[in-house]
Design a protein around this ligand. Structure first.
Ligand code: HEC
Length: 259
């Protein structure tokens, strides 16, 4: 009987105590994406008028970064700073108004005003989601990055670890190079495949002379070179993730066949 009572007393609190992450997922995630890399956000908003990402609301990493640097005193007492941010969020969720926005004008102009969550979110949920935003750390979402090395170093590694060198020829304003960087070379599966069997050397043909006397007008072009500096393949053009993974698989197979 005693235990039953305890369960009955505790039940409401258990049901009510949603984590901040859950509140985010249920009440914010339909509009606010959790994370997009700052370099991509910068290009999207500062150069491309939101035509790359077509966002309809700021991302959480944008909001958190702006809130922490613009609300209250970022260098002052941590607890006070958190309270200042909590009260901004609590107010914004009830009374959204773009004139109170902490986002950059070049960002905010792409969005409609956020609909008020009055009557749709409880005080506990607001507190929980505020804690979630305060504790949010963008580094938790940063994906592995592609390692790039200079050709001479790549050759040394290639001889030692029997890896294939990929010389990636790019150029500054190369649209398809950037597209591939975004969609292929920042993909986890591609980075893992590259890490395992390849070493990537990036050469900007507008600024540097490619190794091995390579002359190539088109970017991107991928030159596959073995540890004896023999060119195995020259592959021009932009590829999707699936096609590029296939190309990598073929290269590993071709190298194995020659052994
Ligand atoms: C229906 C879409 C939608 C939902 C749901 C939504 N937001 Fe927003 N939110 C927006 C848009 C659009 C903006 C940017 C325009 C603006 O500031 O009003 C925004 C802006 C904000 C800002 C202010 C950023 C600034 O400009 O200073 C905060 C903070 C915020 N949202 C938090 C939240 C939280 C927390 C939730 C969930 C509890 C949430 N939003 C749910 C669409 C939404």
């Amino acid at each position: 009987m005693k235990y039953l009572l305890l369960v009955i007393v505790m039940l409401p609190t258990i049901l009510l105590s949603q984590s901040g992450k859950e509140v985010y997922q249920n009440k914010c995630a339909s509009c606010h994406k959790l994370y997009i890399a700052p370099s991509i956000l910068l290009e999207n908003f500062m150069e491309k008028n939101n035509t790359i990402l077509h966002l309809t609301a700021p991302t959480i990493n944008q909001i958190v970064f702006r809130l922490k640097s613009r609300i209250g005193d970022p260098k002052g007492d941590k607890d006070i700073h958190k309270m200042e941010i909590d009260s901004f969020i609590a107010d914004y969720l009830m009374n959204p108004d773009k004139s109170k926005s902490v986002c950059l004008p070049k960002v905010i102009r792409h969005f409609d005003t956020m609909p008020s969550l009055k009557g749709k979110i409880s005080v506990e949920e607001i507190e929980a989601v505020s804690d979630f935003l305060w504790e949010y750390n963008p580094n938790d979402f940063v994906e592995k990055k592609l390692k790039l090395v200079a050709y001479e170093k790549a050759l040394k590694i290639s001889k030692k670890e029997h890896k294939i060198i990929i010389i990636k020829l790019t150029r500054e304003h190369c649209h398809f190079c950037k597209k591939m960087d975004r969609e292929v070379f920042s993909d986890k599966e591609v980075i893992e495949a590259l890490d395992k069997n390849f070493i990537v050397v990036e050469v900007d043909i507008g600024k540097e002379t490619p190794p091995l006397g390579l002359k190539m007008g088109m970017t991107p072009t991928f030159i596959f070179v073995n540890e004896k500096e023999k060119i195995m393949a020259k592959i021009p053009g932009a590829w999707t993730k699936q096609d590029f993974l296939e190309i990598l698989k073929e290269a590993v197979k071709a190298k194995g066949d020659k052994k």
